[in-house]
Design a protein. Sequence first.
Length: 103
Amino acid sequence: MNSDPQIMHLVLFKWIEGARDEQIRAVLDGLRGLSVIPGVVELHAGRNFCARSQGFDTALMVRFTNRAALDAYSPHPAHRAVVENLINAIRADSLAVDYEIED
């Protein structure tokens, strides 16, 4: 039995002024496609509707089996493609938080 704690990976994105809805939809589709990466247990991505977001428009939540899975996620070719081909074109800022899920 694996005793490593699961990991939650949260990312908030702020887009450049002039980012088009179709560009943001493409990012969301790309992010959602990352659920096939080994070690991903759960993945959700969506647009913000909260007034307290401080300009962050889009959120990504990924739950991983363990830290090793998180470490393998960032350099994975599918993740790199989404970042380099979709996100970087419109990203003004981003914020990430990773934490262990305690039961």
